[in-house]
Design a protein around this ligand. Structure first.
Ligand SMILES: *Cc1c(COP(=O)(O)O)cnc(C)c1O
Length: 370
């Protein structure tokens, strides 16, 4: 049996009866950037997140960058980011000219925590970007409590956490800003690139609307030097439809995660840890093993495709060589990069595929009860 890491065609096929008319409607509208479809999606998604506003943009990286810029962050400012995130979190900061200040995550939740963050705060700190990595919500209240009195912005990277709940409330209803990616493989994925920022601040939303459209509110009147980062109606129509199935699809991910956790409890794998205040959405199911490459190889021989998220931490990337970090500068990020392995998970995975992943892992690592 072959189990692909993720098959996006199956997601398309499940919804094609609804997607195809929606896409046709957008194609036939005669309007191809912004407009009604995009506004409709913004309002549906803001409501879903419990935010007062959503501003649609072109992709997740720009959602983060424009959120930073909407908070007036630039050269001379410091922005705290996790040492173990996807490179886009760092790129958003460096694109503004601000200084990246990496903080090591908690060893078990893989997310940054208030205590570590507090040690990295200086008088130049202007923002913190907690990343809800792998779909696990960050313990955000203590971070906000730390940031607010000093006027530090909290800009959440929720590119992997559509629908996740923290203490019962949905991620994204934030005073400052939460950045979203709708890259096709995310839990809420478009049929191309797309992104958004949700916020409860009318001021930040207003600046984002200008920034995404050349710095202009009124055509050919430019108040600030902006960007072109807009969503098109085809993606908006697709996304508005897919918000309607997001909870169901996330619950299928949850069932698969439950089965993996149960099946691998007694194996040497380090399993994901879910704090009692967290309702994760399992964008990825990440385990750890000291011989990760060997395990990936053995699983591949049995037809199970896996990935590592992520094999090289940002501070060790050539792209950031100029920052001059030693490889050991962030030992936990380094350790995770060597040990993490993502098993197949997705809303269209069949029971037989999940069974086969479990069988294969137990076959490689040994069955604890035998
Ligand atoms: C996917 C992702 C992004 C970037 O989103 P794009 O839409 O691909 O630009 C940013 N941060 C994290 C954590 C991501 O997983």
């Amino acid at each position: 049996m072959k189990v692909p890491f993720l098959d996006l065609k199956l997601a398309y096929e499940e919804l094609s009866d609804q997607l195809e008319p929606a896409v046709l409607r957008a194609l036939r509208s005669g309007w191809y950037i912004g407009g009604q479809e995009v506004e409709a999606f913004e309002s549906v998604y803001a409501k879903y997140c419990g935010a007062s506003q959503a501003v649609a943009v072109a992709n997740g990286l720009e959602a983060l960058e424009l959120a930073l810029r909407a908070c007036d962050i630039g050269p001379g400012d410091e922005v705290i980011v996790p040492s173990n995130t996807f490179i886009a979190t760092w790129l958003a900061v460096s694109r503004t000219g601000a200084t990246i200040v990496p903080v090591e995550p908690d060893e078990y939740t893989y997310c940054i925590e208030a205590i570590a963050v507090s040690k990295a705060i200086t008088e130049r700190t202007k923002a913190i970007i907690p990343v809800h990595l792998y779909g696990q919500p960050v313990d955000i209240d203590p971070i906000v409590a730390l940031a607010e009195p000093s006027g530090i912005f909290v800009i959440e990277d929720a590119a992997q956490a559509h629908g996740a709940r923290y203490r019962g409330r949905r991620i994204g209803g934030t005073r400052h800003a939460t950045a979203w990616s709708f890259y096709p493989a995310k839990n809420l994925g478009a049929l191309g690139d797309a992104g958004a920022v949700t916020t409860d601040s009318a001021e930040i939303a207003d600046r984002l609307r200008m920034l995404r459209n050349y710095g202009s509110k009124e055509k050919y009147v430019n108040e600030i030097a902006g960007f072109n980062s807009r969503m098109d109606p085809v993606q908006a129509a697709v996304l508005a439809l897919k918000v309607g199935v997001l909870d169901v699809w996330n619950s299928r991910r949850q069932s698969i995660a439950n089965r993996y956790i149960e099946a691998f409890r007694a194996t040497p794998l380090v399993l994901p840890v879910v704090p009692e205040w967290a309702d994760p959405v399992w964008h990825l199911f990440v385990v750890r093993h000291p011989q990760r490459d060997w395990l990936a190889d053995e699983l591949s021989k049995r037809g199970v495709q896996t990935q590592a998220h992520y094999p090289i931490p940002p501070h060790e990337q050539q792209a950031y060589a100029h920052l001059g970090y030693a490889s050991e500068a962030f030992p936990l990020a380094g350790l995770l990069a060597r040990e993490v392995l993502s098993l197949p998970i997705g809303p269209q995975m069949s029971t037989a595929e999940v069974d086969w992943v479990i069988e294969s892992v137990l076959d490689v690592l040994g069955r604890p009860n035998e």
